[in-house]
Design a protein around this ligand. Sequence first.
Ligand code: ADP
Ligand code: MG
Length: 540
Amino acid sequence: MGGTPVIVLNQGASSNQGKEVRQGNIQAAIQIANMVKSSLGPRGMDKMLVDPVGDVVITNDGVTILDKIDVEHPSAKMLIEVAKTQDKECGDGTTTSVIIAGELLKSATDLVEANVHPTTISNGYKMAVEKALEKLEGLGMDVKPSDTKKLKDIAHTSMISKIVSSSREHMADIGMKAIRAIAEESDGGFKVNLDNIQVVKKTGTSIEDSELIEGVIINRGPVHPSMPKKIEKAKIALISCGMEIKKTDVDAAVQIRDPSQFSEFLKEEVKKSGANVLFVQKGIDEIAQHYMAKAGIYSIRRIKKSDMKKLAASTGATIVNQLDDLDRSALGQAKTVEARKVGDEDMTFITGCKNPKAVSILLRGGTNYVLDEVERSLVDALNVIAVTVEDGKMVPGGGATFMELSMELRTYASTVGGREQIAIDAYASALEIIPRVLAENAGLDPIDILIDMRKAHKDGKKRHGVNVFKGKVSDMIKENVIEPLRVTKQALSASTETAILILRIDDVIASRGGGPTGPMPEPGQYDIKGEGSEFDKEWA
Ligand code: ADP
Ligand code: MG
């Protein structure tokens, strides 16, 4: 955004203008929102996505659904972008943001039908979202990183609609501990870098067998069967070259032809350094394996480059490119390096690392479909806990916060004169879509639920939301249905911004590729009618 859009038109380009274009754009966006509606909330349904090759994904995750579907329409694509931004910013609330954007556009259509100019609607929506964000801050409740129960409840709420619901407690616990382990204090607050969490998936057994490892997991075991299975007080060498003598390719740093000479060389270099664990990015040939086994050195070959980096960060080792460079100062440390069989695969667990700010989660699940969805919901959970730890603010879920904001906006609308008031009122109504859909998906009567909820909020019960399990309206904090404030904040701003963008388009120009270039249009010729450029500035 920013600045007046300038479009260079090809000669003979087709151009559709006016109401029809707007209607088409809005309808496309609404269809996208309708597509994900039925998956919202704890009673939402899953979608089965099948690609042309026949690969199947089963999910309830808004952004995953939208990412996989094949859409043509540009404004449908814009709505999918909303979900992606939401996912990037807070990892949750993707379905919510898309549903709100769709509802804002639906309300806008009604207003346009009633001859309210799109610019007036945009203005009103913009005033509404500003007020809503201000009020939202006031609704936020404090939560500390030490508040185990709250953090787990937040993880719970984010995972409740996914297939793992039966194992939520366990996953919430893992998520909470993982974030706690990696959160770092900075300027009086906390910073969480999710890159410090490694997720390793392995089919077999059940979700409940998933575990948090305070360290790094490598999905290989020692290269030789007679190597030790466990090393305590590990001194770890990370070597990026191969330990091979037969191949004299450029990568092999050790190019000695005589095997006995090679053994001598290895013995000297490795012994000198004091390493008892070797992680090698390339190959380790048989003679080298044999020697390492005899010397009781735990060695793994063909480790991924990304894993090498992780090992370096957590153990404090320096990756060396040739054995000559290996000395005591290049070694990393860990309390234990241990081989374990997970399913039918050998894995190595490196725990008690020098830098404990890196953890791994070993995910287990019956099938790959299950495992993938477990991973998606775990990632949601990790994100919401991380966001909460960073911001220290939470709000009640179950539509309670949207209902409260809706009420606040109605009051606000009555203080605003002019036609914008109608748009702010429409915005307020649009926010009720979240409790409405939560109720619908739970098989409840949305009208009854909304009436009860409006009444509760009018009576000052700001935390009352849809209790989808008991089929009534109740205090969401008491039900432990809580969410990070940032998820709602991002959902409001992203959905409103995109709804306004789509609303303001009344001109779609398709150029015929390959034709001769026509005359340049006047600047702003194809800009949106009305006060478009002013809006661009405000939203920039
Ligand atoms: P999204 O992709 O938007 O996160 P979800 O399918 O995860 O969509 O549903 C999130 C919605 O479900 C939120 O509005 C949240 O408050 C609500 N929710 C979660 N758990 C409950 C619950 N136990 N009761 C009522 N609403 C809930
Ligand atoms: Mg969610």
